[in-house]
Design a protein around this ligand. Structure first.
Ligand SMILES: Cc1cc2nc3c(=O)[nH]c(=O)nc-3n(C[C@H](O)[C@H](O)[C@H](O)COP(=O)(O)OP(=O)(O)OC[C@H]3O[C@@H](n4cnc5c(N)ncnc54)[C@H](O)[C@@H]3O)c2cc1C
Length: 404
């Protein structure tokens, strides 16, 4: 450390300024905690064309964002116009007649959620973070050294040395640094990790029938394919494919790819009339054995990652951020030790079970719809039809996805 770079002391240092790290910071924007967010990559600028990495953000998360962004009015800005509302979901099984439809009108709500580009959402969250007096956003900053005290002594702090030479101290260190979390590693928290041996092929497409503000999901034996509606009338696709097939589809020329995609999606959105560049993302799921230690907590993909088939990964992480912020804020207000293990364990109790259930459900869905056995396929299709005609059960399922 050079002489002019003194250590800065914070209540909370968040490592990782992805969707989840920034959501957590936004939750703390009106608090009396002093907070630093350390992010290594500068945020990608918002382009003319929609980016290929998008997220389906559920009603719960959307309401929290609107609440925390009230001061900055960011949800009334031009950026907010890049969020596309979807009010229907249509799910079908390619191997039969099974299908199920969810409609916001039947649920009595205005929308099921929005589809938004990840970098647009991050820019919006960042506006709130930068406007908050109690938050320092440090980017681009790499962590050179991270000393976590590994003690139950509540006055012990973590010390983080950044690439600029600056040192930070934190009473609570929060790992929001994604699936390969360094914070998790430094804290010696184990994680189960399993690859699906699949890649997610993502790109944006135009379709002759338009997207109709509907999130479309087709289950096929090779993996699920989703069409998510975008603000400019295009749809973002996420197609889970075995590694070999993913590479084959990536290598196709645009016309051949458009043809395969239209055929495989059974022309539900008509012909594919335009396609952007395609990208692949490896698909895996994993779970940390613990989310918390004294003076340390993991949120988002640092704690758990799931199959993207229901678009729930970021939503679960945002729910973690909300729960952790609530737990430490209530403890502080009540004059309790807000960074102690017994306080942080409350956050783990609130979130771990729900996240585990979602992880197992996604893996179960993927396995179930990957079965080509005729009997299982028939039962699966019949099951979808039955659920579609049982409003009570159907809306219990969708409420889970909406986070309400
Ligand atoms: C193809 C695909 C489609 C998906 N679709 C959806 C969807 O529709 N809806 C949904 O809810 N979820 C979806 N997900 C899941 C979702 O993208 C993730 O769950 C979510 O982005 C995780 O956010 P995060 O902030 O926890 O982690 P990340 O997005 O991984 O962010 C971690 C951040 O930490 C930073 N970082 C890492 N290490 C360090 C370090 N040492 N120092 C400083 N900074 C560091 C990184 O640069 C990054 O910005 C999808 C996932 C995939 C693969």
């Amino acid at each position: 450390m050079t002489q002019h770079q003194a250590q800065r002391d914070f209540d909370i240092v968040i490592v990782g300024g992805g969707i989840v790290g920034l959501s957590f910071a936004c939750e703390l924007a009106a608090s009396d905690f002093t907070v630093a967010v350390v992010e290594r990559n500068e945020l990608k600028a918002v382009g003319e064309e929609p980016d290929c990495r998008v997220s389906a953000i559920n009603r719960f998360a959307l309401q929290r964002f609107k609440q925390s962004g009230k001061q900055t009015k960011v949800w009334q800005s031009a950026l907010a116009k890049r969020a596309c509302v979807f009010d229907k979901m249509f799910v079908w099984d390619q191997t039969g007649a099974g299908q199920i439809q969810f409609d916001s009108v039947e649920l009595g709500v205005a929308e099921l959620g929005v589809i938004i580009e990840n970098n647009v959402l991050q820019h919006m969250l960042l506006e709130t973070v930068k406007a908050a007096d109690n938050i320092s956003y440090l980017c681009p900053e790499e962590i050179v050294e991270l000393a976590y005290p590994q003690t139950t002594d509540e006055s012990a702090v973590s010390v983080i040395t950044l690439s600029s030479g600056e040192q930070l101290s934190a009473k609570l260190l929060v790992g929001a640094d994604g699936a390969n979390s360094k914070v998790r590693e430094i804290a010696s928290i184990q994680r189960t990790q399993q690859s699906y041996q699949q890649q997610g092929l993502v790109c944006n497409v135009a379709t002759s029938e338009g997207h109709q503000h509907t999130a479309w999901q087709c289950f096929m034996p090779t993996g699920p394919l989703a069409f998510l509606p975008l603000y400019n009338g295009y749809s973002s696709i996420v197609w889970s494919l075995d590694e070999g097939l993913a590479q084959d589809y990536l290598a196709l020329d645009d016309d051949a790819f458009k043809h395969v995609l239209a055929q495989q999606s059974e022309f539900k959105l008509g012909e594919i009339t335009d396609v952007s560049q395609r990208f692949l993302f490896p698909l895996a799921h994993g779970h940390a054995t613990d989310y918390v230690k004294p003076g340390l907590a993991l949120i988002g993909d640092a704690a758990h990652s799931i199959h993207p088939l229901a678009g729930q990964g970021a939503n679960l992480g945002i729910a973690d951020a909300v729960a952790l912020a609530d737990v430490i804020s209530s403890a502080k207000k009540a004059g309790r030790q807000w960074n102690a293990l017994h306080t942080l364990s409350k956050y783990q109790r609130q979130r771990k079970g729900a996240n585990k259930v979602m992880e197992m459900s996604m893996t179960g869905f993927k396995e179930l719809f990957g079965q080509e056995n005729t009997l299982i396929a028939e039962m699966r299709n019949a099951g979808l039809m039955i659920v579609d005609h049982l409003p009570g059960l159907k809306y219990r399922i969708i409420k889970q996805a909406l986070g309400v």
